[in-house]
Design a protein around this ligand. Structure first.
Ligand SMILES: NC(=O)c1ccc[n+]([C@@H]2O[C@H](COP(=O)([O-])OP(=O)(O)OC[C@H]3O[C@@H](n4cnc5c(N)ncnc54)[C@H](O)[C@@H]3O)[C@@H](O)[C@H]2O)c1
Length: 344
């Protein structure tokens, strides 16, 4: 297939792009390139062609000839989204809906959208029930509200010639050449590797869902190639039954995978909210999908990369691997303007 991958220069995109190429697809990346400096290690055999393009400025001709769009381009976490919520709505919501409209008008059949389990918000915490795709959404932040708005605006666009699919990804972890250390499993693993110690003040009982970026990538490819009737206007939580972890178990797994790492878990109750998600639908209804990774395997993979690259604290704390710090830096140094457009 001929695939347009937006956001393909980011954390997930630099893993997904090469996987699409390996799968025999033709891939073109559109990305504004906020995080291109954040290269952690050389881990790709082939990279798709890249055009620097802001999704807000996409022109109709730029969608012509594609079979599918996989849309990852976003301000990609809550703190960045809160910097300027209005701008977040412009990029994450309005530009996405516009892009989908242009794709549909250009005859693109499939539109795979990277949504998030954050659409369930705190509601998941108030009961013992797992959030399924049927559960009500209750997004809290601008970032999460945009995910819900996009899904709601794209669903009515579905018809026999246009198939939007919504992948509600759990919080990602795992190694990517364009690494993020503002994600909890990645950051805790890096801290444990450097300090050989992990201290959790609270008892770490809250539940959180996590999924490896290679499984996110696999889900995107399955959603792109599945028969349209199986996925048209459907939302899928991306993960599997192993994807819900208690925070203390994450720490214990990391402690077991990082040699000589001491793990201390406190006794105080802290955050009482649980976010547990039901991943039955994707594992039973998305053809070809099952997860290949869990946190233990992802931590072992990170440890091997850290060994190879002489990982140190300057890398861990660099703006290059933290979305908020990098965006703030680009604004403060006048490289992007208040609307996050590159200055000439
Ligand atoms: N990483 C996670 O835990 C996670 C979880 C759920 C959903 N998602 C979603 O997956 C997608 C990718 O996430 P990621 O972790 O790879 O994020 P990322 O920040 O690493 O990548 C996002 C990319 O989008 C680009 N981008 C941002 N604004 C743009 C614009 N206006 N025009 C063109 N390009 C633009 C950035 O330059 C960046 O390369 C996002 O939509 C995110 O919301 C991620």
């Amino acid at each position: 297939m001929k695939v347009l991958l937006t956001g393909g220069e980011g954390y997930i995109g630099t893993v997904l792009g090469p996987l699409l190429l390996e799968g025999g697809h033709e891939v073109h990346v559109y990305d504004t390139g906020f995080h291109r400096v954040g290269w952690l290690y050389d881990g790709v055999t082939a990279a798709p062609q890249w055009s620097r393009l802001d999704t807000r400025l996409t022109e109709p001709r730029q969608l012509g000839g594609y079979d599918a769009v996989i849309h990852l381009a976003d301000l990609s976490n809550d703190p960045v989204g809160e910097l300027n919520p209005e701008l977040t709505y412009e990029i994450n919501h309005e530009a996405t809906v516009r892009l989908a409209g242009l794709a549909k008008a250009a005859g693109v059949e499939r539109f795979v959208y990277a949504s998030s389990c954050s659409v369930y918000g705190a509601s998941a915490g108030e009961s013992e029930e797992l959030s399924s795709e049927e559960s009500p959404t209750a997004p809290i932040t601008a970032y999460a509200k945009c995910k819900v708005r996009v899904e709601n605006d794209l669903r009515p666009m579905a018809d026999s010639s246009f198939t939007p699919v919504f992948l509600r990804n759990a919080t990602a972890f795992g190694a990517s050449p364009r690494m993020r250390f503002d994600l909890v499993v990645n950051e805790l693993t890096a801290m444990a590797y450097l300090d050989r110690k992990l201290v959790l003040e609270s008892d770490g009982t809250p539940w959180r869902p996590f999924v490896h970026i290679r499984d996110i990538s696999k889900a995107a490819m399955c959603a792109m190639t599945a028969p349209a009737e199986a996925v048209r206007a459907e939302a899928f939580n991306v993960g599997d039954s192993r994807a819900n972890y208690q925070v203390r178990d994450i720490c214990r797994i990391i402690g077991e995978e990082i040699p000589g790492c001491e793990v201390i878990i406190g006794e105080q109750g802290g955050d009482t909210r649980n976010y547990r998600v039901d991943f039955t639908k994707i594992n039973t209804q998305l053809p070809g999908f099952s997860c290949d990774w869990d946190v233990r395997k992802g931590v072992a993979e990170l440890r091997e990369i850290f060994d190879r690259i002489e990982f140190d604290s300057s890398i861990l704390n660099s703006r290059r691997h933290r979305r908020l710090k990098q965006i703030q830096y680009l604004v403060d140094t006048g490289q992007i303007d208040e609307q996050f457009f590159w200055k000439v």
